[in-house]
Design a protein around this ligand. Structure first.
Ligand code: AMP
Ligand code: GLY
Length: 425
């Protein structure tokens, strides 16, 4: 059978989208990849479209103009704003959950409601939409709390409080100072859990749950988990903390009941589901759901996929996941994120990046661009997390040493990165 050649659109411009683009670039059915907006890394083998992904009319018009056969949506913002529904209304094929299904990430109060109704293990939580009642509640608690804005806040709306009084300050920041704008109209206040943190990802369609290989994220800025939470400073796949037994348990006790809970609301989930878990003494408990691939988890998962990744994502979008097959590389992938000095707070941009070519010559290394742009003949930084340097190795030690060798050959003014990714594994 002749393979149809297709134009593919990837929405997003981070390391995750670069990794997806690289993985599907091997597909036999590919004609051309467009990235919207993409970055300097995707520009080397895709066509970047400088269109704002929040402008859904412009995105749909671009998809029609470029004869796009299939679109993959990377980040949560367009998903939660309903871009998938818009594509489907326009009769265009698209990968990602609908607006209603994306509420699992976009509205933490809704996610808690679904979990409570489906008896999914998660931190005990209360939801408030008034500053006063939130503070009254906090005042009655004498154990450590976590205060979260219910809406989307680019991974920054979670305040882990060691002392109960700090939760009062957190509530003030969110509901009084409105530091996170409307995303903080509601707060979720939950018990602080303890234990190792792991991410479990699955592809989901109407009939099938396909558990992906495991990955682990390094969320804190500094070595040995010091410093503020970030979007993720590195990742390893597979994760040594997740056994097959645990994966089965997460599928059975968390994913299936959550999907059933959504169905009772008339919502079918189709796309990637990311379950952030804490492995507590009382078993795995959900910290958060994300309606997409993780970033930088994608930068360690996609390099381990062999076979037609495009076909896998298309099968998921079409409800044919049951028939899709993919092979996993048995090697370990390690990704080290290089960020701008100052991230996750304020940081400068426009810093020229040197050494990218040398880094790419290290065996088994892929340098995924996360926030880069071309300026004259230079590639310069354009955001907080700038690059994700991934290496494959026979074990974590060898992958780690290749990743750091590549990282050390890259320089830009103020670059920061963790030195302990995959250390001791
Ligand atoms: P989230 O975006 O909800 O995953 O929260 C971001 C980070 O905050 C998580 O990756 C955890 O490190 C931490 N966190 C969130 N909820 C809790 C909790 N209930 N107990 C302890 N830490 C938490
Ligand atoms: N790495 C965490 C996330 O993608 O939300």
């Amino acid at each position: 059978m002749a393979v149809r050649s297709q134009n593919i659109l990837i929405i997003g411009g981070g390391g995750r989208e670069h990794a997806i683009a690289a993985a599907i670039s091997q597909s036999p059915s590919l004609k051309r990849i467009y990235c919207l907006p993409g970055n300097a890394g995707t520009a080397s083998f895709c066509t970047n479209l400088s269109i704002d992904s929040n402008d859904h009319d412009a995105v749909i018009a671009a998809a029609q103009k470029h004869d796009i056969d299939f679109t993959i949506v990377g980040p949560e913002a367009p998903l939660c704003a309903g871009i998938v529904d818009r594509f489907e209304e326009a009769g265009l094929k698209v990968f990602g959950p609908s607006k209603a299904a994306s509420r699992l990430e976009g509205d933490k109060a809704y996610a808690k409601e679904i979990m409570r109704g489906a008896l999914v293990p998660t931190a005990e939580a209360r939801v408030f939409d008034k500053l006063r009642s939130a503070k009254e509640y906090v005042a009655t608690r004498d154990t450590p709390l976590v205060v979260k804005v219910a809406g989307l806040a680019a991974g920054k709306g979670v305040i882990v409080c060691d002392e109960p009084y700090k939760a009062l300050l957190a509530v003030d920041r969110i509901m009084g100072d409105r530091e996170f704008g409307d995303a903080g109209n509601k707060v979720v206040i939950e018990e602080r859990l303890q234990g190792p943190e792991v991410s479990v990802l699955a592809l989901i369609d109407d009939y099938t749950i396909y558990m992906l290989e495991t990955a682990q994220d390094y969320k804190r800025l500094g070595d040995h988990d010091e410093g503020p939470n970030t979007g993720g400073m590195g990742a390893v796949s597979p994760s040594p903390h997740v056994s097959n037994t645990l994966l089965d348990q997460v599928e059975r006790e968390i994913i299936i009941p959550t999907l059933d809970g959504l169905r009772r609301d008339g919502v079918v989930y189709r796309g990637a589901l990311y379950v952030g878990l804490m492995l507590t003494a009382g078993g795995p408990k959900v910290l958060e759901f994300n309606c997409r691939f993780g970033d930088p988890e994608a930068q360690v998962l996609f390099p381990r996929m062999h076979g037609d990744v495009l076909e896998l994502l298309e099968a998921c979008a079409a409800g044919r996941l049951m028939d899709a097959a993919i092979e996993w590389d048995s090697r370990t992938a390690v990704c080290v994120v290089m960020a701008s000095g100052g991230y996750p707070k304020k940081y400068p941009i426009g810093k020229p990046i040197e050494g990218l070519r040398d880094a790419a010559t290290v065996d088994d290394v892929s340098v995924y661009h996360a926030a880069t742009t071309s300026m004259r003949s230079n590639i310069v930084t354009s955001g907080g997390r700038v690059l994700g340097v991934t290496a494959l190795g026979n074990d974590a030690k060898s992958a780690r040493s290749k990743a750091y060798k590549a990282v050390e050959s890259i320089t830009f003014d103020g670059a920061v990165y963790r030195r302990d990714i995959a250390e001791g594994m």
